[in-house]
Design a binder for this molecule. Sequence first.
Ligand SMILES: [Zn+2]
Length: 281
Amino acid sequence: MADLLSGLGSLGLGNLENMDLFADEKKEAEAKAAAKAAPPKVEEKDFLFDKTYTCPVCGKEFKCKTLRSGKARLLGTDQDFRPRYENIDPLKYDILVCTTCGYAALPRYFNSLVSVQRKAIMAKIGASFKNPFKDTDETYSYEVALERYKLALVNTIVKSGKASEKAYICLKTAWLLRGHAESLDQAAPDYAEKKKALEAQENEFLKNALDGFVTASTKEEYPMAGMDETTVDLLTAVLAVRFGQKDLASRLISSILTSSSANSRMKDRARDLRDEFTKKA
Ligand SMILES: [Zn+2]
């Protein structure tokens, strides 16, 4: 390369004689190769945006981190229907919280309040609520997300919500706790202790979800929390197996297998569940 520019010394530019003609192009190619080897890391915040909502209780506006639709990739679902996604746990962003009055709910129930419920929430929650949530957080930690779920649950109790709504919040809280346990650093010295504590909490919420769905199925209409009868029956059966309530599980599985509205995929899942717990017995 030196030859190409030799003689520049006579122009007073001798220090440039050794410049590489294609240096810029080489740099660009190297950068491209590096980018290919390590694709840009997808961060949790990339899936989120701030959405503004109007509170049906106090009328004030508030912002919540909301999932961009269609961006997260579903990896699979657990036996109790918990969805697992790549690079993000969307469950953390499912609860809408009004930062003024403390009204909190799942989006599905957010606007369906009657006047007596509004008044109860204002009197029992709004009057003493102190907002712990910051608008500046780019993402929600599992701890913050758990507080949001607990706030939604207490709102549902205060407004005398249906058993299915309470059960559904308990179910999703259990899923959140499972996600938290899975996200723990296994090399941390307190890993085993933290995992055990989260699993104990998850069980507590799942047990309440089971009780709630059993109660709901005796007095509510379907769809329940957006689920049809077969889905609720299968979910309840999965939870019943987990808590050793075999009679209940058997009864629900039989009802799915003989149902004319259950599709073959749900019947297969019910059969698998029956095989699983007959093997255990
Ligand atoms: Zn409000």
